[in-house]
Design a protein around this ligand. Structure first.
Ligand SMILES: [Zn+2]
Ligand SMILES: [Zn+2]
Length: 256
């Protein structure tokens, strides 16, 4: 929502208000399922006696340091943790593209035609699927503890929304450091040369490491969406199944 005013004033395309409201509504399903799933995971792990391999407790580290130094230290720790998270997300995301069962649900995210900071929701089932395939392995690997982690992690989390912004923002040389809206737009492209590229959410270097990175050329126009499915317009299409584009051709073309 924070992206919306900037996108409306300076966006690269004109998007409808209706689609923003529709996706805000769809988002609420995914976030609700995710919140319940994460809560259930947090409840279940201690009860079945499973804990993380590493506990990194920085709550008292640098208590006597200058506040700027401590903030800098925690920012570095959070960036390192975010890299581990994005590395895990990268493989979860590749799996979603490689396994047809998972793609059925992830296709909802790719079907979006008016892509922006609000219209970037995922199918509600992803809120659940992320638990066994992404969050559980991470929870069993490392437990990061310090007060500011929620704030800094939220900023990093918000980045993955920002990369969908309806914008021509590019980061120049910094494009190698952080995923930009132009970099992620390639991932949503309808062009076959862009398929299965740019899976990372925050650090493009992960894509470069595994040979899936593609930085768009300057001024390159990238159309987004799916060639065979419409984006969901009704609650039924969002919850159950996307509409095939061919279905819209059932009406015969008028005679010339
Ligand atoms: Zn994807
Ligand atoms: Zn995306």
């Amino acid at each position: 929502m924070a992206c919306a005013p900037g996108e409306m004033l300076f966006g690269r395309e004109r998007h409808t208000i209706t689609s923003r409201f529709r996706w805000a509504f769809f988002w609420s399903f995914t976030l609700f399922v995710q919140a319940v799933s994460v809560w259930a995971l947090g409840q279940a792990l201690p009860r079945i006696g499973l804990g993380p391999l590493f506990v990194l407790d920085f709550r008292e580290t640098g208590e006597n340091w200058h506040p700027a130094l401590r903030t800098g230290f925690l920012a570095v720790v959070t960036l390192a943790w975010s890299f581990v998270y994005d590395f895990s997300y990268y493989w979860f995301h590749r799996l979603q593209h490689a396994v047809p069962f998972l793609w059925r649900f992830h296709a909802t995210h790719h079907s979006i035609e008016e892509l922006n900071g609000m219209n970037c929701g995922h199918h509600w089932s992803e809120g659940f699927l992320r638990v066994p395939l992404l969050l559980l392995p991470l929870a069993l690997l490392v437990d990061l503890r310090f007060q500011e982690v929620a704030i800094i992690a939220s900023i990093v989390g918000a980045w993955t929304q920002f990369v969908h912004a309806n914008s021509t923002i590019d980061f120049g040389r910094l494009r190698w450091l952080f995923v930009s809206p132009r970099f992620h737009r390639v991932h949503h492209s309808t062009s076959s040369e862009h398929f299965n590229r740019n899976f990372a959410g925050v650090f493009p270097i992960i894509d470069v490491m595994f040979g899936t990175g593609k930085f768009p050329a300057e001024g390159e126009t990238i159309e987004v969406g799916l060639t065979d499915k419409h984006e969901p317009r009704t609650i039924g299409e969002f919850l159950l199944v996307l509409r095939d584009k061919q279905e819209t051709r059932l009406t015969p073309a008028p005679a010339e």
